[in-house]
Design a protein. Structure first.
Length: 263
């Protein structure tokens, strides 16, 4: 007897690069997955994060690393506890708020962006603070999921500037929210279906300031694998100037057909 079962799993690639002009690396990238119990059912949760730190004297790298480390610790703790009937969005938001407190309590001015994807089977929970981004990519196109928490985005939202003016705005790097900037932080959450054949991409602005959407889309769908795509994205961003640290995580949702032979 044959028992064929379709399961979904993610294939992940990532790359972090200083870029061509910066002497220091202030971005942090992390990926991890583990199993947790939802009632009696074991499920896999995968966590992906990109943080882009800021602040002089190595504070940026401290902030981005601390934010990512704290948020992962908090999520592991929460999912290892009893999550039956709990709201995943709430769990993730609290974890990010905790990371904010941890960075905020450090001495000196430091802050960081944080964009993360928490994937549980066919659902993706995206949390964002700052102007790193999440994109959904499929064969037909590329869509930005997160909205930048930045001064320029606010100007765009009220129609004070055009998207073209936003591209090269002199105050593009001013964030309206950052991890560690204030005691409270506004975490944007986006919950979406993550269907087989689709890709989720997390990245810092070092990637998106150098490459337009069409270029990113073409590299991802032509690459053949998430890791090759990430490597090629970094090369392309450096070829276009590489003016900042470049971080990218690419997650492909895949349907795998596992066939079990039962006697
Ligand atoms: Ca940056």
């Amino acid at each position: 007897m044959l028992n064929a079962e379709n399961t979904i799993e993610q294939v992940v690639g990532w790359n972090v690069d200083k870029g061509e002009r910066r002497g220091n690396m202030e971005d942090t990238v992390a990926t991890m997955d583990f199993e947790f119990l939802d009632g009696d059912i074991a499920r896999t949760v995968s966590i992906y994060a990109v943080a882009d730190g800021m602040g002089g004297h190595k504070k940026g790298e401290v902030a981005s690393r601390m934010a990512v480390q704290t948020v992962i610790e908090q999520l592991v703790k929460a999912f290892m506890g009893d999550v039956t009937g709990k709201d995943y969005e709430q769990i993730i938001t609290s974890a990010v708020e905790n990371a904010n407190h941890t960075v905020y309590e450090q001495e000196g001015d430091m802050g960081t962006t944080l964009v993360m994807a928490v994937v549980i089977e066919n659902k993706a929970y995206i949390a964002n603070v700052g102007d790193s981004r999440a994109y959904l990519i499929c064969d037909n196109g590329i869509n930005q999921i997160t909205q930048d928490q930045s001064f320029v985005q606010e100007l765009l939202n009220i129609g004070a500037i055009t998207p073209e003016q936003a591209e090269n705005h002199p105050r593009k790097n001013i964030l309206s929210q950052a991890i560690g900037a204030k005691e409270e932080v506004q975490v944007d959450m986006y919950t979406m279906n993550f269907a087989p054949g689709n890709y989720l991409m997390l990245c810092s602005d070092g990637l998106t300031n150098e490459l337009d959407n069409d270029t990113i889309h073409k590299i991802v769908v032509d690459s053949g694998s998430p890791q090759v795509a990430c490597d090629e994205l970094v090369i392309a961003a450096n070829d276009n100037g590489g003016r900042d640290n470049i971080s990218v995580v690419l997650i492909e949702q895949k349907l795998t057909n596992s066939v079990e032979i039962l006697h």
